[in-house]
Write a protein that binds this ligand. Structure first.
Ligand code: C5P
Length: 240
């Protein structure tokens, strides 16, 4: 592993632009990607994303699009124009929506002459248990639903899924070596789990087959975030 292929995606879960830029200014874009989610995007808008891209960061725009195919396609095209590295959509939007999203990023990236963003699917939100799934008409286990939706995403040409590290080994063997697995719920040994029910260390998640680790508070709330990132990278064999 090299610093040219950062595995850590730092979740910029901040309520305002100043705090997000404050941390970003201390991070080296060669050593991590960054994730902009719904809270920050809603207050900061696209200017923040453009600025992070301008500073050389790989940006995961985590807006989890889920709508009719045409609307999702237009949203994915707009995200591609921002120059982001990764975007996500809900696999539960169905085949036509997934295919429209994929076609939109391929077409827009070609028009803009930029690399195509990775298009990643959300399967089952980890906040949902079997009873929640039953209440929305999904029978069977959460694991079976994760697998079904991951295979739907793959068959529609998506690049991978967001999944819990506990699901990584199953999805790696079901979906093959090139399917990207993006895992949140990561905690270095000895750090607080916060509200995450099931956590895994960075080393264990990579060993289970994860490609990218979404890490928020273990870095953003650390006394020294730069050192926290460096220690995590070191544990993965990535030198600062
Ligand atoms: O602070 P922490 O490392 O728990 O942050 C994890 C990040 O990953 C947050 O941005 C959270 O919204 C996101 N996430 C998650 N679980 C999922 C999907 C996304 O924790 N299933």
């Amino acid at each position: 592993m090299t610093a040219a292929d950062p595995r850590v995606i730092v979740a910029l879960d901040f309520p305002d632009m100043l705090s997000a830029f404050g941390l970003a200014a201390r991070l080296d874009p060669a050593l991590c990607a960054v994730k902009v989610g719904k809270e920050l995007f809603t207050v900061a808008e696209a200017g923040l994303v453009r600025e992070l891209v301008r500073r050389g960061f790989r940006v995961f725009l985590d807006l989890k699009f889920h709508d009719i195919p045409n609307t999702v396609a237009q949203a994915c095209a707009a995200a591609t124009r921002l120059g982001v590295w990764m975007i996500d959509v809900h696999a539960a939007g169905g085949s036509a929506m997934l295919a429209a999203a994929r076609d939109a990023v391929v077409r827009t990236a070609a028009e803009e002459r930029r690399p195509r963003p990775l298009l990643i699917a959300i399967t089952v939100l980890t906040s949902l248990d079997a009873a929640d799934l039953a209440s929305i008409g999904v029978g069977g286990t959460a694991e079976a639903q994760v697998l079904r939706l991951a295979q739907l995403a793959k068959s529609n040409g998506l690049d991978g899924v967001v999944c819990s590290a506990q699901e990584a080994a199953m999805l790696r063997s079901a979906c093959g070596p090139d399917f990207k697995l993006v895992t949140p719920g990561i905690r270095p040994a000895g750090t607080a789990a916060h509200d995450q029910a099931r956590v895994m260390t960075p080393e264990a998640a990579i060993a289970a087959g994860a490609d990218y680790l979404v890490i928020g508070r273990a870095i953003t709330a650390a006394a020294d975030p730069v050192r926290a990132l460096r220690d995590i990278n070191a544990s993965l064999g990535i030198a600062a």
